[in-house]
Design a protein around this ligand. Structure first.
Ligand code: ADP
Length: 155
């Protein structure tokens, strides 16, 4: 049987408890989940790609079905490279939906066999974003309730 492989693409700058929640919930649906940092020259990250990869590797060190990587170029091209037939994305609100809807439809036209699967935020996670975490950090606030403990080592 073909393995069900899902790609969870994102910036993960840094990874938050909401990302972890989505990965945990998706784990029972797929044989493998590849968390991949999309390298996007339009965004200036707070954490380097090396730091973000190191955080992800530490968090998922004992999860055999979770792989960690970075990629450049189209997300669907990377899916084809790793033989992923699913893209995971999270939805917090209608703004996320509008943005993700357009991307998912374009991806479907480019690669009709790759389905995007959406997870709504779990109760209590909808207010978390990497942007908010970075803003709190820049203003010297505490983020320990928003991110896994492995992220705290990089502050
Ligand atoms: P990107 O820069 O591609 O948006 P992020 O690292 O910010 O990457 O997010 C990766 C994915 O996780 C996106 O699909 C985003 O919508 C989702 N996500 C982030 N935070 C939440 C949250 N609180 N609830 C649900 N999904 C979320």
């Amino acid at each position: 049987m073909t393995k069900k492989i899902a790609l969870f693409p994102g910036s993960f700058d840094p990874i938050t408890n909401a990302h972890i929640d989505i990965i945990t919930r998706a784990a029972s649906l797929f044989d493998e989940i590849h968390i991949a940092i999309g390298l996007n020259s339009a965004k200036t990250p707070l954490f380097t790609v090396e730091q973000r990869l190191a955080m992800l590797k530490k968090i998922f060190a004992t999860s055999e079905s979770v792989k960690v990587a970075s990629y450049t170029g189209l997300t669907i091209s990377y899916c084809q490279q790793i033989q992923a037939n699913y893209i995971l994305r999270g939805l917090r609100n209608a703004t996320d939906f509008d943005f993700e809807n357009a991307i998912a439809q374009n991806n479907l036209q480019l690669a009709p066999t790759i389905e995007t699967v959406f997870f709504l935020s779990s109760p209590g996670y909808g207010h978390i974003s990497s942007t908010v975490v970075r803003d709190i950090l820049k203003n010297k606030g505490s983020i320990s309730h928003l991110v896994p403990k492995e992220v705290l080592a990089y502050i």
